[in-house]
Design a binder for this molecule. Structure first.
Ligand code: SF4
Length: 280
């Protein structure tokens, strides 16, 4: 797979020690796919003329292309106007990299944005230009930016997380996966308020509650994760499931409609009382 990563923070010839986490993550990614990094350099007219000891002056000297940790890195300049409204930065940033992005037409399978804003904003536009999917890597409070982008820019996101509680803030529909299978799916509020599958219930029991007393009898996890290569028949969650019955060890549960647009793949999960009773 060919990946184009767009980021505003990455090591470069002027600042070789910056953003070690991005360098580490992208080096790991480059071992698995064909990666090119577009590490943008904030620039404004006259940046190269000011003191070489200022950050803007140093960055103006960075070459357009270099090899960092074995990864080909390009450094297009993005117009950055100090003191300009933060909201204008994303569009300026995206417009600045359009010529560089166009050169990747037909050479990229997916675009990766390193942060929600402005990288993710620019990555979405780059992906549209190239006609490929886009993935945005989020960090910490980026989730707030994502929620805002979803409302204001009419952008759809596929949000993948281990933190089920955070899904409430950014998603309309939730799918819970276990060992490669979708075990529960439905409207986010319905799944979180009335989880049907024991794995979803376990995930929610692990969400920290800041109002809980320090010593609580939380439901504890047990058992081992299943083999996902050459798995045997039966429910993949059975070794960890407190509700497992004999059937679970030899019959793989299929998704059943248990609420309005709410499904779960579990032999014992109960339907909402409002649902018509299953026949047979
Ligand atoms: S099918 Fe059985 S083992 Fe799987 S989640 Fe339901 S009760 Fe548990």
């Amino acid at each position: 797979m060919r990946v184009l990563a767009i980021t505003k923070i990455f090591p470069n010839a002027a600042e070789p020690l910056s953003a070690p986490f991005n360098r580490q993550q992208f080096a790991a990614l480059a071992r698995r796919c064909d990666l090119e990094v577009m590490a943008t350099i904030p620039w404004f007219p006259g940046a190269g003329l000011i003191s070489r000891w200022s950050s803007a002056g140093r960055l103006a000297q960075v070459p357009r292309h270099e090899l960092i940790a074995g990864i080909p890195v390009s450094h297009p300049r993005t117009l950055f106007v100090p003191r300009l409204a933060h909201g204008a930065w994303g569009p300026l940033y995206a417009a600045s990299i359009v010529p560089a992005v166009r050169r990747h037409r037909g050479k990229v399978d997916v675009v990766l944005g390193s942060w929600a804003y402005p990288d993710g904003f620019a990555a979405v536009i780059a992906a549209r230009l190239l006609g490929v999917p886009c993935v945005v890597k989020l960090h910490g409070s980026d989730i707030n930016v994502m929620a805002k982008l979803r409302e204001q820019e009419d952008v759809s996101f596929l949000y993948i997380t281990h933190d089920i509680a955070s899904a409430r803030y950014v998603s309309d529909r939730l799918m819970v996966m276990y060992a490669g299978h979708i075990v529960e799916a439905g409207p986010t509020e319905a799944v979180l308020a009335n989880p049907k599958h024991p794995y979803t219930q376990l995930l929610l029991s692990a969400v920290p509650d800041p109002r809980a007393p320090l010593a609580v009898d939380a439901e504890t996890d047990r058992g081992e994760p299943p083999k996902v290569i050459n798995p045997t028949a039966g429910c993949r969650f059975r070794e960890r499931c407190p509700l497992a019955i004999d059937t679970c060890s030899h019959v793989t549960p299929l998704p059943r409609l248990l609420g309005s647009a709410h499904t779960a793949a579990c032999h014992v999960a109960e339907a909402d009382p409002s649902m018509p009773a299953a026949v047979g």
